[in-house]
Design a protein around this ligand. Sequence first.
Ligand code: OFO
Length: 164
Amino acid sequence: MLSQEVIKKLNDQVTKEMFASNLYLSMSSWCFRNRFDGAGQFLFEHAGEESNHAKKLITYLNETDSVVELQSVAKPESNFKSLLDVFEKTYQHELSITQSINDLVSFMLEQKDYSTFNFLQWYVAEQHEEEALFRGIVDKIKLIGEQSNGLYLADQYIKNLSGK
Ligand code: OFO
């Protein structure tokens, strides 16, 4: 049995994961519009992962007989300055999600809710991987350069990360 405060916080995290999913779908479409098909495909798949993160939380809430209250999700931005801008924003977004997960973890410890604390460890590990993944892409775009040839190579590099 989860406390009402824990249920509220987990529901809020569902909204954040759904926002991330929509944000990455929006970024994916910007990439396709700008002929970065590799990045578009990568972000499209990643949006699916974010939606799975939300579903995993919903399943946990259902398993604990808690009320799932879906909230409205804010409109993500749809215009970006460049491929680098897109991935710098994904990286910043992942940092904000990490902060949110860390806050949840601290809260569960304070509350002595060890079951939810344990459940959240999966998200802690996931955030570590995602931060490294997106920071790696930002670094690679900078390294390859933003000239037209460089951008093509960066797009191919990102394409090969699909599914990671
Ligand atoms: Fe990209 O992170 Fe969800 O949790």
